[in-house]
Ligand binder design. Structure first.
Ligand code: GP9
Ligand code: MN
Length: 727
């Protein structure tokens, strides 16, 4: 027998059945991807990854059957594995039809709860074409039965071949992962979205990954007990900064509107740029106006404190006064399981309703689960609540102008007072040029990301101005407190030298100190009518927001577990710690082993001025920062809030919250309130305020249509004028 024939024979004998099974399952999975899931696959590259991603895990799982000693049990094992893997896929298909999400290991563990969630509707979820997800299983079973009689005599497979198959599967997996990382760096370390893992690596890998994450989180959680709360309570008690009597309760009873300013940095405030025309224009005219308003508490030394969890870290910090994790995102790793005592739930006992508005898919950062833990009543996301078209949306969802406009139909129906959060997306990396919305002459540096940034920022600023105008026109403005914050940097450290000249800095003198100081983000609390605002130079960060806002609303936070301090309190320690342990105070910037003078940026360490006294002082500042992070990590990792309930606080009951159809839920709740409703629309005798909303967004239905005839009619007028003159 020639070598070639020998190889062919080996493959046929040992791998024939396995290959058929792998190919069938692969095709079935790919079919399901295309028919059942909306994974947001774009472009040839992503389609290619989607096509190949089932191969590695299928080969690995089915390859396990090769370890059985005789061919009969090998075939049987393969059938069992085929069945189980089909079951996993099919369960995900059914689950996705109901929840637009993939099953987590937690859900599988508590499957009775999941079934309860599905209720009697479970049979309605089947579709006639589901048969295709099982015919292949019957086909392989049939094949097995046909061959059964001759199986037992077949020789035992060599261990080498079995191991080789698994190694091949692993190699394919790593190739797949590397290709995925090119398109989506940090796919597994940051975990943005379950959809992403499935899109790039497949359902099996997602399930395994989720299982490992869950096991890790569970083991830490399981080893924690109520005694771990003692140091936390000590810390919170000794760091409590009493509210400032002058501002405490200044916004009592008002609606709260948080505006998440995607990727906005503080250097934008008051920044002017010379446009090509020679005209000097402000990049963020509207934010500047708010920043300088006497009705705003504005902060000039406010830092973001996010890490890999980016937006989700910012949200966690803002709503809970707790830090994100050193690696990954606390939202995706712990958020749906942990007990939280977040802003919306704290305010619930005071009669507040709550909602998040976001024009992207609900699964991003696992928001559709995490928000429940935080007590949000409604979550308006792109699948349920907004109309997205290729024209009006970007990679991360609906463009800001349309997003705000489409949101107010829900806002006006919410019971007042409300706690709401609007998460913008237009100003998201890579700040793509959007021809329809290029209104600002962008700078012309060598870096397109930086150039685009100023235009998308300017666009977001305009969107904000439109939203505020609506708030005024609808009458909501006066009874609302607005909390605007930048979530994290938009321009990364590697680009800062190119940015430097645009913000009046010398790129040659740019260093670590500047990279740290440029992490300042806007933070403005706008309380219409107070007149006592101003620009505050205190050093603070996102962790300090919740106590600041709650105190303005007149809420006592003494018994709450929050690691930040009220930014308006006279008692606060001016220490800002970054997630990596670096610290900034009004005097010093401590970055690793380097120490700088905060105001001048002089490197004290290099200049050998680091006296023993100063060294101790810096060590103490760093220690304070470390402790704040440590306490926060203890709370999150140990899920310690389950052991403690603050005064006047009702625990979140997640079973009462569903975001499957928030617009419908909102309407139903409004109807139930009847004449007792305090919503804006009820105040206006059920006349909607939506028509009051003015937007110049070119994508807004109507705006384009107006443009065309207008241009045409101008042309006609000009033509008529010409004719007149000629006559
Ligand atoms: C996605 C958006 C962006 O929905 O909030 O998150 P980010 O990439 O900035 O963390
Ligand atoms: Mn963000």
């Amino acid at each position: 027998m020639s070598l070639f024939q020998k190889i062919k024979e080996t493959i046929r004998e040992n791998f024939g059945f396995l290959s058929i099974a792998v190919v069938l399952f692969w095709l079935k999975t790919y079919l399901a991807y295309n028919i059942e899931f909306s994974l947001g696959v774009e472009g040839v590259y992503q389609h290619f990854l989607l096509l190949i991603n089932p191969i590695a895990s299928t080969l690995f799982i089915f390859g396990l059957s090769l370890f059985f000693s005789n061919s009969k049990s090998r075939y049987r094992a393969l059938l069992v594995l085929y069945f189980l893997n089909s079951l996993l896929l099919f369960s995900n298909i059914l689950y996705y039809r109901e929840f637009s999400d993939f099953i987590t290991v937690k859900t599988i563990m508590g499957s009775s709860a999941m079934m309860n969630g599905l209720g009697p509707g479970v049979f309605e979820m089947f579709s006639w074409h589901d048969i295709f997800y099982w015919v292949d299983f019957f086909a392989v079973t049939y094949l097995y039965r046909k061959k059964r009689s001759i199986l037992t005599q077949e020789p035992q497979i060599k261990k080498r071949l079995a191991v080789g198959t698994l190694v091949t599967a692993l190699l394919i997996f790593f190739a797949n992962l590397s290709l995925a990382e090119i398109d989506r760096p940090q796919l597994l370390t940051r975990t943005f979205d379950r959809n992403y893992i499935v899109k790039y690596l497949g359902v099996n890998v997602y399930t395994l990954y989720d299982g490992v994450q869950t096991a890790k989180a569970n083991s830490v959680r399981a080893s924690a007990d109520s005694s771990d709360m003692a140091p936390v309570l000590d810390y919170v008690d000794s760091h409590f900064a009493s509210p400032n009597p002058a501002t405490f309760g200044q916004a009592e009873g008002r609606n709260v509107v948080y505006i998440h300013l995607e990727s906005m940095q503080q250097f934008l405030i008051d920044l002017e740029m010379r446009e090509e025309s020679g005209e000097v224009s402000a990049v963020t005219p509207f934010l500047n106006e708010l920043y300088h308003s006497a009705d705003s508490y504005s902060f000039s030394n406010f830092f973001h404190q996010t890490a890999q969890g980016k937006t989700s870290d910012a949200e966690l910090l803002l709503d809970n006064s707790l830090f994100g994790l050193p690696q990954g995102s606390a939202f995706t790793q712990l958020g749906s399981d942990n007990t939280f005592q977040a802003g919306p739930q704290i305010l619930k006992s005071l009669g507040y309703s709550s909602a998040v508005f976001h024009g992207n898919v609900g699964s991003f950062w696992d928001r559709d689960n995490v928000y429940k833990s935080m007590g949000y009543d409604y979550f308006f996301s792109s699948e349920t609540s907004y109309t997205l078209t290729p024209e009006n949306s970007l990679e991360y969802g609906l463009k800001d102008k349309l997003f705000f406009q489409e949101s107010v139909q829900y806002l006006e129906q919410m019971e007042q007072p409300f706690y709401s959060k609007f998460i913008t997306v237009s100003n998201h990396f890579p700040f793509p040029a959007d021809e329809m919305n290029t209104v600002f002459d962008i700078p012309d540096t060598s870096d397109d990301t930086i150039n685009g940034y100023f235009n998308t920022v300017h666009y977001a600023d305009e969107a904000l101005a439109e939203f505020f105008q609506y708030m005024k026109d609808s009458g909501l403005y006066d009874n609302t407190v607005f909390v605007l914050y930048g979530d994290h940097f938009g321009i990364s450290n590697s680009r800062n030298r190119t940015l430097a000249p645009l913000i009046g800095r010398n790129p040659n003198l740019w260093g670590d100190y500047h990279n740290a100081m440029v992490q300042r983000v806007p933070f403005i609390v706008h309380v219409p009518g107070i007149g006592t605002g101003g620009i505050n130079d205190t050093y603070g960060g996102q962790v300090d927001v919740l106590p600041t806002v709650l105190h303005l609303l007149g809420i006592d936070t003494k018994s709450h577990i929050q690691v930040g301090q009220d930014l308006l309190s006279k008692e606060r320690d001016d220490v800002v710690v970054f997630r990596n342990g670096n610290v900034i105070t009004p005097e010093y910037v401590s970055l690793g082993t380097n120490v700088y003078e905060t105001v001048t940026g002089r490197n004290i360490f290099v200049d050998e001025e680091l006296t023993p006294e100063l060294y101790n002082e810096i060590a103490a500042i760093r220690e304070a920062g470390q402790q704040q992070l440590y306490i926060s990590d203890q709370i999150l990792n140990g899920d310690l809030l389950r052991f403690y309930t603050p005064a006047n606080f009702e625990r979140v009951d997640k079973s009462q919250i569903s975001y499957l159809n928030s617009p419908f839920q909102l309407q139903a709740d409004l109807a139930e309130m009847g004449i007792k409703s305090t919503s804006l629309i009820s105040e206006k005798d059920n006349v909607s305020t939506v028509p009051l909303y003015q937007t110049d967004a070119p994508e807004f239905p109507g705006n384009q249509l107006v443009d065309e005839p207008l241009a045409e009619s101008r042309e006609n007028e000009a033509a008529a004028e010409d004719t007149k003159q000629q006559n």
